[in-house]
Every structure is written in structure tokens, then in C-alpha cells.
Ligand binder design. Structure first.
Ligand SMILES: *Cc1c(COP(=O)(O)O)cnc(C)c1O
Length: 485
């Protein structure tokens, strides 16, 4: 089950294209191009079209992906991505426009962005939005920079941002990059923010509290209204990491819970294929008081006396934090997100959240007997189990994760959130059928039994994958993909 690199398939002179005979005088390439731009040794693989196609199809099968099997990676929302999104994103009018085209020639694209803006504002209960950030993490940075600008405008020097001990790793990273100091607040035994602890750490130094709701333990922060009051009474702002919006769609809105800023992960909640680095989109919705600080440009609409709508990019924003990146964001992800929203409609989106919650609770109910459940018996769209019982038998959570691969399933998120030892964070999403959930339950129970009867098979897993246990740190930090054949 291995695949050669494409250079090993190469055969001199073999081609994947049929070119017509030359009908102009032949000239050496060097005489047509600027000096020095012709490479002497262009080492490209020479393969036929079927060889190239088969090679890449085989590679795609070696990797696990959501079109191939269950992918319960907690927090990442690896739901199935409907193919109609791809169909629409490939419309020539979307796929072949250029970001420097004059606005009057791309009215349709601007209208699409405006419609997405309007839908997202309604979904989140916010007043204005930027569609620019290209990931959740960049959305966090944008939100925090707006919060910083807000306090500066009010001549307040607030240097701290509070986050719970269950926060996603991007939260501390973003607040540090934005120039804030990190203050941590503990979770209580129920796995939610300890309000008394929060009161102790809030001060005149607090710029914002960054909270994920439902949090990374899959639990709804039910004290959110009280939390919002504590934060606002202290003159600080409330930021929502909206990566878990999949659990809230059509049920409750961040704006109504008292949040001043929320970032969306369009690639998660609104279904763009992601993982392996993107692409994504992390729009940020804000309440009125933060509108002046939004990055430029935002998409806007003008209606003339006859009722004709014109869409444009609004750069006039005196207090803007500036521009986040070239152009206006990952436009094709915006197309997919709007397609998904319109295809589901308001009731469909609510059903997405309800089904996501039911699916997670179904898994929780059937697995809690076999794996330790550190927090209450009800969750939102994801559940966190702990492998401490299995650890006591000498099998680590990492072994369980690897063993799952043998059954054609992606592992859940492991060792996160950090406050749960041997954590297994499982997010089935709404797009899984009862049959696929039952299959996962069966496999998880089988592994729990193996830990008791045949721990070696788990400890040495995976047995059926093309590669087994890679050095993940080395693979990330010392990447070498050159072929030296
Ligand atoms: C995925 C995620 C993020 C970061 O989003 P990216 O798009 O990966 O940058 C932040 N917070 C939570 C809770 C997440 O799950």
C-alpha cells in the first residue's frame, strides 16, 4: 500500500498532452524570453495523462478524508461538504474574475459578499462584519486589534485579555500577537467558566474576555449573561470564538448573549473542505461600537432613487485597523458558505445544529460506560472523554487514536482540551447517519475490550495504514519533500 513518487514513474519523452505540429518558424526559447529565465536543468516528471491521473487518485485514497469515511475531529467540524458548493464556486463568473477588476464589472460577486454579510449578521446577531480574514485565527487577531483600537480611542490603557483554561491554542497566540498580556481563568467542576474566579481576575486592566461558547469541552456556558455583565461593568469587551457555531445555528445568537465581537469559521460551520492548512475564511462580526475600527474595505450597498442597487467596496473608515491581507479574503470560500446557507435555509440551519447536538449526545450515551466521562452527562455538538481507565492498563490515548485508523476512521482530537488528561474530543457533526455513528461506537467498544484482552494490538497500531507512527514534530518542523532519485 505504498505509492511511488511521480519521478519514479517518469519515462523520458513520455507526455500527457498532444500538441499540434509547429506552424511557425522554430526559435530557441532563450531568444524569446528575458535573459537568464530559461532553466538549464528543468527536472520534470514525464508521464502520460492516465499515469498522472491514477497516481493522484491513488494518493488521495492513501489519505483519510471526509469523503472517504468518518472524521470525528473535535473542534474542527469535519462535516461532509455538499458538492453543490463546489459546483457554484466553479461558475465562471465567480472563478474567473480578477480582484483588480473595476467594481461595475463584478457586481454579482460583490452582491454575493453583501448577501453573505447579511446572512451572517442575522445568524450571529451582530451589526457589521468583515469578510476578509482567511482563517479563524486571523479573525481572532482582527477582533483583538479592533478591541485594542476601541480602548485606545477612549483613551484607556487596557493591557490584559482573559481566556479560560479550556481555550483553543489560537486564542493565547492571537492575543499575544495583538500585544496583550494573557490572564487565565479556571473552569469549575462542571467544565464551564468559574464565575467567582472570573470576578477575581477582571480589573481596569482587562481589555476583553475571549470565550468559546459552547466551549471546547462541548458544554454551553450557561452563565453567559452574568459573565457579559461582569465584563461590561468592568469596561471591557466580550469576544466570542465562534468556531463552535455549529451547535448554535438558528437556536441562539452570540449578539443576544452579550458578545461584542464574534469570529466565524466558514470552513467549519458552513462547509468548505479544510484541514491540511486551508483555505478558510474567518469573518468577524461586531456590534455598533466597534464598527469604526473594521478592516478596510467592507462591502456595502447603495440604492438610488429608482431603487437600483449598486454594490461597492467601502474604504472610508477613519479609525480602521487597516488591511489584513491582499484583496478581500478567500472569495471562493465565501461562495461555498453562502451556497450552504441558502441551500439549508433558516429552518435547515437550525436542524443542522440540533442534529449535531443529538449525534454527539448519542455517542456520549453509548460510550460513557467504556471511557471515563470527566464532565456532566449532556453535551452540545461534541463530547470529551478521557482515556485514563485505559492508561491505567498501559494503553495511551494516542494508541487508541492510532488503532481507530485500522478501522478506516479518522481519530478524534486527542490531548485537547489541556485540562482533561488523556482527552479524546469527539465531534461527529450532523452529517453522519445513525449507521455510521453505530459503527464508530462498535469500534470504540471493541478497542476498549482489546485494551483489556490484547493491549499489544492497540499499543502497536496502526497495522493497516501505508505509514504507521510518524515523528509528528519532525514532520512539521523539518519538512523535506524533495525527491533525490
Ligand atoms: C479551529 C478553531 C480555531 C482556529 O480556527 P482556524 O480557522 O483553524 O484558524 C479557533 N478556536 C477554536 C475553538 C477552533 O476550533
Amino acid at each position: 500500500m505504498t505509492e511511488k513518487v511521480i519521478y519514479q514513474l517518469s519515462s523520458p519523452g513520455r507526455m500527457g498532452a498532444n500538441l499540434p505540429d509547429l506552424d511557425v518558424p522554430e526559435k530557441p526559447l532563450g531568444s524569446l524570453l528575458p535573459q537568464g529565465s530559461v532553466r538549464e536543468n528543468l527536472n520534470l516528471p514525464e508521464v502520460s495523462e492516465p499515469e498522472a491521473v491514477r497516481h493522484f487518485v491513488r494518493l488521495s485514497i492513501l489519505n483519510h478524508h471526509v469523503d472517504k469515511g468518518f472524521y470525528p475531529l473535535g473542534s474542527c467540524t469535519m462535516k461532509y461538504n455538499p458538492k453543490i458548493n463546489e459546483y457554484v464556486a466553479r461558475f465562471a463568473g465567480f472563478a474567473q474574475i480578477h480582484p483588480l477588476q473595476p467594481e461595475e464589472t463584478v457586481q454579482g460577486a460583490l452582491k454575493l459578499m453583501y448577501q453573505l454579510r447579511t446572512c451572517l449578521l442575522e445568524i450571529a446577531g451582530m451589526d457589521e462584519i468583515t469578510l476578509q480574514p482567511s482563517a479563524g485565527a486571523q479573525g481572532e487577531l482582527a477582533g483583538l486589534l479592533m478591541i485594542k483600537a476601541f480602548h485606545q480611542k477612549n483613551k484607556e490603557k487596557r493591557t490584559q485579555v482573559i481566556i479560560p483554561d479550556s481555550a483553543h491554542g489560537t486564542n493565547p497566540a492571537s492575543l499575544t500577537i495583538a500585544g496583550f498580556e494573557l490572564v487565565q481563568v479556571k473552569s469549575n467542576e462542571q467544565g464551564i467558566v468559574d464565575v467567582d474566579e472570573l470576578k477575581k481576575v477582571v480589573s481596569k486592566e482587562t481589555a476583553a474576555f475571549m470565550l468559546t461558547n459552547p466551549n471546547t469541552l462541548g458544554l454551553f456556558e450557561k452563565d453567559i449573561l452574568e459573565i457579559a455583565k461582569i465584563i461590561h461593568d468592568a469596561g471591557a469587551l466580550l469576544y466570542m470564538d465562534g468556531a463552535n457555531l455549529n451547535a448554535l445555528l438558528g437556536i441562539v445568537r452570540p449578539g443576544d448573549m452579550g458578545f461584542d465581537v464574534v469570529h466565524f469559521n466558514l470552513h467549519k460551520t458552513f462547509s468548505t473542505p479544510h484541514g491540511g492548512g486551508g483555505p478558510g475564511a474567518g469573518p468577524v462580526g461586531v456590534k455598533k461600537k466597534l464598527e469604526p475600527f473594521l478592516p478596510v474595505p467592507i462591502v456595502a450597498k447603495e440604492v438610488d432613487k429608482s431603487g437600483k442597487e449598486t454594490f461597492y467596496l467601502d474604504y472610508k473608515r477613519a479609525n480602521s485597523i487597516g488591511k489584513l491581507q491582499a484583496f478581500y479574503g478567500n472569495f471562493a470560500v465565501l461562495v461555498r458558505a453562502l451556497t450552504y446557507i441558502l441551500a439549508n435555509g433558516p429552518d435547515g440551519l437550525r436542524k443542522v445544529a440540533e442534529d449535531a447536538i443529538i449525534n454527539a449526545n448519542y455517542l456520549l450515551h453509548h460510550l460513557k460506560e467504556y471511557y471515563h466521562l470527566p464532565y456532566p452527562e449532556k453535551c452540545m455538538h461534541e463530547l470529551v472523554l478521557s482515556g485514563i481507565k485505559q492508561k491505567a492498563k498501559g494503553v495511551k490515548t494516542m494508541d487508541i487514536a492510532k488503532r481507530l485508523l485500522d478501522f478506516g476512521m479518522h481519530a478524534p482530537t486527542v490531548y485537547f482540551p489541556l485540562i482533561v488528561p488523556e482527552a479524546l474530543m469527539i465531534e461527529p457533526t450532523e452529517s453522519e447517519s445513525k449507521e455510521s455513528l453505530d459503527e464508530f461506537i462498535e469500534v470504540m467498544i471493541k478497542i476498549a475490550n482489546e485494551v483489556k484482552t490484547n493491549p499489544e494490538i492497540v499499543r502497536e497500531a496502526p497495522h493497516n495504514t501505508p505509514v504507521a507512527r510518524l515523528d509528528e514534530v519532525k514532520a512539521a518542523k523539518d519538512l523535506d519533500v524533495r525527491w533525490r532519485g
